[in-house]
Design a protein. Structure first.
Length: 224
C-alpha cells in the first residue's frame, strides 16, 4: 500500500538521505541507509528500486540480482525543497560562503551574501574575486574553506561596505535589519549621501572587530 507522499513530511534522517541522494550524480541513496527507512520512503514514492545495471526494477521480471534505490521525480522535488530550506538557513545575509558554479572547471569565488533567495533560488552576493555584486544560485554555495574565513566566533557586529566591498562603517545589530537601522542612524551615512539600501553588509567574527571599537563597546556593556 502506498502512503500519501504529497503531504508527508520527511523526518530529519529522511531529509538527510534525500539531500545526500540529490548530490549524487545518479541520485542514488546512500548505501548505509536503514532498511526500514528505505521501505517507508519507497511507499511514499520518494525512491524507486533499480537493478545493478541502473535500469528500473520492473514487476514480475524474475530478476534476482542486487538492487539499489534512487530518487524518483517526486523524490527529487522533495529533496530540492528541503535542500533549499537548509541552505537558506546556512547562508544568511552577511555570512561568507564559497561560490562554485561549475565544479568541472574548479572555479571558486569567496562571496558575502547580500540578499535572501528569490523564487528561483538566486541571490545577490559581493564577489571577493570581482569586487562587485553578482547573482549566484543558492545551490552553488558551499561552506567557505577555513583559509578564507577569519578565526573567532560570529558576532553581532557588522561591517557596512560600499559596492566594491570597502568598509565604511562598523555597527551592531542582532540581525541584518537591525544593522541597517543602526547604519541609517549614523551621522556618517548622511555625510556620504548614500542610500542605506546602497550599502552592503558582512557579519564580522570576533578577531575582525577593530580594537578601539571592541574596547568601547565592552566598556559600555560593563557599565550597563
Amino acid at each position: 500500500m502506498t502512503d500519501i507522499s504529497t503531504t508527508a513530511t520527511p523526518s530529519p534522517y529522511q531529509r538527510e538521505l534525500l539531500i545526500a541522494a540529490l548530490q549524487d550524480h545518479t541520485n542514488r541513496m546512500p548505501t548505509d541507509a536503514k532498511g526500514t527507512t528505505l521501505d517507508l520512503m519507497r511507499r511514499r514514492q520518494w525512491i524507486r528500486e533499480h537493478r545493478a545495471d541502473g535500469r528500473l526494477l520492473g514487476t514480475g521480471t524474475g530478476y534476482t540480482g542486487l538492487t539499489h534505490f534512487r530518487l524518483s521525480h517526486l523524490g527529487i522535488r522533495t529533496a530540492k525543497k528541503y535542500q533549499r530550506i537548509q541552505l537558506t538557513r546556512t547562508h544568511t545575509i552577511g555570512t561568507v560562503a564559497a561560490y562554485q558554479p561549475d565544479r568541472t572547471k574548479r572555479y571558486q569565488d569567496i562571496v558575502a551574501i547580500q540578499s535572501r533567495p528569490d523564487r528561483d533560488g538566486n541571490l545577490l552576493a559581493l564577489s571577493g574575486q570581482h569586487r562587485k555584486l553578482i547573482t549566484v544560485a543558492l545551490t552553488d554555495l558551499r561552506p567557505a574553506p577555513p583559509a578564507a574565513v577569519a578565526p573567532g566566533e560570529l558576532t553581532n557586529t557588522w561591517a557596512v561596505m560600499d559596492q566594491r566591498g570597502t568598509w565604511l562603517l562598523i555597527v551592531e545589530g542582532d540581525t541584518h535589519s537591525a544593522a541597517r537601522r543602526a547604519a541609517a542612524r549614523t551621522p556618517d551615512t548622511k555625510a556620504r549621501s548614500l542610500r542605506v539600501d546602497g550599502f552592503l553588509y558582512r557579519r564580522l567574527r570576533s578577531t575582525e572587530i577593530p580594537r578601539p571599537f571592541a574596547e568601547l563597546h565592552a566598556a559600555v556593556r560593563l557599565s550597563a
